[in-house]
Design a protein around this ligand. Structure first.
Ligand SMILES: NC(=O)c1ccc[n+]([C@@H]2O[C@H](COP(=O)([O-])OP(=O)(O)OC[C@H]3O[C@@H](n4cnc5c(N)ncnc54)[C@H](OP(=O)(O)O)[C@@H]3O)[C@@H](O)[C@H]2O)c1
Length: 330
């Protein structure tokens, strides 16, 4: 089969697009024939070695996939050949990745694709939708009528958080770095979209939510906690999930006196039950058209190295080139 893989961590150009043996499903694995995959920032950290993970050799890059069940391992029971499925959580913690014509995936990670939902949509939503559901529902327990803030309303995570928060019934404030992206964020449902490059973000947030923000979802890799805590409502919740190297100052007094809470998590540490509950919400929202991914572009799988370079430059290098996800197709 064709696959995008590395022999050792390195820059995007170390990704080889070539032939590898098609995997055979063992135990409770399911062999999935790929229809679409999507890039996430974590793919680039694992490929470069900045996030050290045990890697099979050769290592196929990528977390997310959408495709069709082709064959079953001897103990696999949840799916049958021909079923359409999506999943994330591959290509990390020693598991082989998804950027290939086929992948053998443990059945516990797989979810059915709802009828009427495209392969590109399912792949583009996978990691970002699981992350957003876990933060909003499992951790912050966002309630209808509350006000949520998220930076980057057209980013991979930000666009999901905006739409899921609206599906839950919250008021949503977000930011973006251009007029086109602001318009897109409003289209996704944001009640207020602020240009973080030209507007006074704290002033606009205070005007919109004088009583404060109930849930602040931080996507920035270098958060400004003084600013954030000052904008939180009493008993406000803050979600942290980016910036492994970040060590910013933290306003301890203002935070605890307001009775605030802080949640931090990495999606891939979620339990099977948590992932299952999240995927059920996601499939319900996808089927109802309440959640749609922002797909910036679709590339052939052969262009995985280009896709990694774009993702890295946009997320880590802050070029802002992308508005949402890169989907690739074999
Ligand atoms: N913990 C976890 O489980 C987990 C899961 C997924 C992702 N992450 C991490 O979360 C971060 C975001 O991931 P992503 O996939 O959403 O990346 P992304 O698609 O590149 O989005 C980044 C967003 O940040 C916005 N942004 C950049 N600088 C900003 C600033 N100064 N003020 C406000 N917004 C700004 C960008 O807005 P513009 O495009 O408008 O400039 C863009 O929308 C990454 O660091 C990723 O590694 C963690």
């Amino acid at each position: 089969m064709k696959a995008a893989y590395i022999n050792q961590p390195g820059p995007p150009e170390s990704i080889i697009y070539g032939d590898l043996p098609t995997p055979r499903p063992t135990g409770n694995q399911v062999l999935v024939k790929m229809a679409a995959v999507a890039v996430n920032p974590i793919d680039t950290y694992v490929r470069s070695g900045t996030v050290a993970m045990p890697l099979p050799k050769p290592f196929i890059v990528g977390n997310d996939l959408a495709g069709v069940v082709e064959a079953l391992g001897p103990d696999a029971k949840r799916f049958k050949p021909g079923d359409r499925v999506w999943c994330s959580c591959q290509g990390i913690l020693g598991r082989q990745g998804t950027f290939a014509e086929y992948a053998a995936v443990e059945e516990r990670f797989l979810n059915p694709i709802p009828e009427g939902v495209s392969d590109e949509t399912a792949a583009a939503c996978a990691l970002v939708s699981l992350t957003s559901q876990l933060g909003l529902v499992r951790d912050a327990a966002l309630q209808a009528g509350e006000t949520l803030f998220v930076n980057g309303g057209t980013g991979g995570i930000g666009s999901m958080v905006v739409q899921m928060s609206k599906a839950i019934g919250a008021r949503v404030v977000t930011t973006a770095g251009s007029d086109t992206k602001l318009a897109k964020a409003r289209e996704l449902g944001a009640d207020l979209a602020i240009n973080y490059k030209t507007d006074d973000v704290p002033a606009r947030v205070k005007e919109f939510a004088p009583e404060g923000i109930n849930v602040w979802w931080e996507t920035l890799r270098e958060p400004d906690f003084d600013r954030t805590v000052s904008l939180l409502a009493p008993r406000g919740r803050m979600i942290l999930m980016a910036g492994r190297e970040a060590r910013p100052p933290f306003p301890v007094g203002p935070f605890y006196v307001k009775g605030c809470h802080l949640y931090g998590f990495a999606m891939f540490n979620a339990t099977n039950d948590e992932l299952r509950a999240a995927s059920e919400d996601i499939n319900r929202w996808l089927a109802a058209g309440k959640v749609k991914p922002c797909i910036d572009r679709i590339l052939p799988l052969a262009e995985t190295a280009t896709a990694h370079r774009l993702q890295e430059d946009s997320t880590v290098g802050k070029s802002g080139t992308l508005a949402g996800k890169i989907v690739l197709k074999p």
